[in-house]
Design a protein around this ligand. Sequence first.
Ligand code: BGC
Length: 703
Amino acid sequence: MEKEKIRQLVSQMTLEEKAGLCSGDGPWKTKAVERLGIPQMWMSDGPHGLRKQENYAEKPDINDSLPAVSFPSECAMAASWDRELLRETAGWLGRESQVRDVHCVLGPGVNIKRSPLCGRNFEYLSEDPYLAGELGAAYVQGVQSEGVGACVKHYLANSQEKRRYWNSSEVDERTLRDIYLPAFETVVKKAKPMAVMASYNKINGTYATESRDRLVDLLRGEWGYDGCVMSDWGATHNRQKAVGAGCALTMPGEPKTDHEIVTAVQAGVLEEARVDEACEQILQMVYDGLEQHREGAKIDYEAEHEAVRIAEEQSAVLLKNEDGILPLKKGSRVAVIGCLAKEPRYQGGGSSHVCAIRVSTPYEALEALGELELTYADGYPKITTRRSLTSADFETTRVFAADYAPDEALIKEAVALAKDADTVLIFAGLPEDMETEGDDRDEMCLPDDQNALIREILKVQPNAVVVLQNGSPVELPWAEDVKGILELYLGGEAVGEAAADLLTGKVSPSGRLPESFPFRLEDNPSYLFYTGTGAKVEYREGVYVGYRYYETKKMPVRYPFGYGLSYSTFSYSDLKVSREVLRPGETLEVSVRVKNTGSVAAAEVVQLYVGCRKCEVLRPVRELKGFDKVCLQPGEEKEVRFTLDERAFSYWECDKNAYLMAPGSFAVQIGKNAHEILLEHPVTCENPDNAPAKSKVEVVMYG
Ligand code: BGC
């Protein structure tokens, strides 16, 4: 609906009606205003599948929702490094929303993975703001291209679950601008999401839902955002302050506090104009959602299942492949060990939980291929949930690796099978209640029973491949001793077929880690400060998050950001840059050639980093500023091009309150990953007048 009509509608509403509209009708809908014929719209989680809860009032069980296709979690999708794949996959989510009469999907989550411990890392994309922003924007474009809104979340600096309702993230402005804000900025500017969700936490002492500087000055003023801001569920603490700060919609419904807005306006402490602005945002969202709704839409769930299989196949990361142990040889005897092969962990716990339509298991899928001689043993006890995911008090029921004691009998049985096989495939991973919304992990370990199993198997069988299912990095103490490691992350409902195709070489793995895997938790830069004390968590590592720290500190990691192997090999050549000196307002064209030098078709992720050689400003030695995924037949070569502008070389200068391209010498670097740079070209930045950098993000319209 046009803005003017919305304005007229709001002008006809009473103050009470307007105050009422500013909170939902129950958990998932906006309020209708019958007198004026204002309809309501429906919102549902979530990031990796639709969690539509029709009867929440009668059955408030987070895990009880309508059947829906379960997509690879964001941690997995991000590992694809493939914008187009995210767009396409999210398009399915949009179509499914049309079928279920959902007008806005509550996702994607683009919070930065500050620590491997965050309980919701599986719902987030990356430790890197450029990657998270690009992929988050593609996701929103995909959902919105189907006439359904997307709600990017959780804005802002919400990188932990512990004390999430009242914790204050203490972050300096440069760190916010260089690390925690850009993913939101990119999503907002490139993809125009229907909504933005303000997070639970405080930012430097002010609740996100009450931060007018972030919700209005920055989001609307600087970034030009035009959509609706809503609170996370239960994140509004003061209705008057929230509306005053530009958080238009409080979710879920808060009928008991709607009057506070009326009282505040009558008392003169809240301008009615602010309430009008909030209602305009909400009604714009409602009418946009309803106008694009396709009544009676249909979907082919089997085709969607196929799409999520492809998504997982493009996302899994091959971490190790010694002696070419993978792909598995046809006709070989393979011992499949581990309950996760038969009961995969394919999604995380909490509000993103989906009641999947058809989950395929790796064991069944391998069996269905009929190419291998398979045997199977559990290896460790079935993974049962040890605490209630709806429990309000996670902290008293926390689950540790040591809670999973090795089962000697199961290990013995598995070892016997493994000994007689050509290769052993060990399925390992984190139980759902070790990483879930509402709490963070305390350690980065796999359960003790799984580590013990792997150690015992290695005593009798060197040809061991570990297949991992987890939403966040884990310590891999046996990594030197196994020959293969395949990281599936949380692969969605088609994880079985995807795993089988990857393990047998139907598809070459092409995922790359969207986060670093440190050797030990203690190596992580946030280790000493995560998750804070009392009501505060200080982001003392500043801009040195993830690989920005490891690379600058020259600290070895188990697997670096951007890392991943293939069944093929690639060569790079001909790195060219269009200019040696970059000045304000100019752009830099970069090109590089990449060739598939192996014998199978495979995809490579070309990664461009801007390396800092000499600059007055303290900054990470290297930052990702471009990437592209290219599919290449054996022997095929392609040129990949990038355009960099001054923002790619800039940092946030607090004194100037602007991004600034600092003078200095830099290098355009093409890397296999953040640690392994293959080609580089020097570039000098000149900025004698200290001119603020223009944003490189262009506004693109979709949908
Ligand atoms: C989560 C959000 C989610 C909302 C609705 C909250 O607890 O933080 O991500 O969208 O619930 O389920």
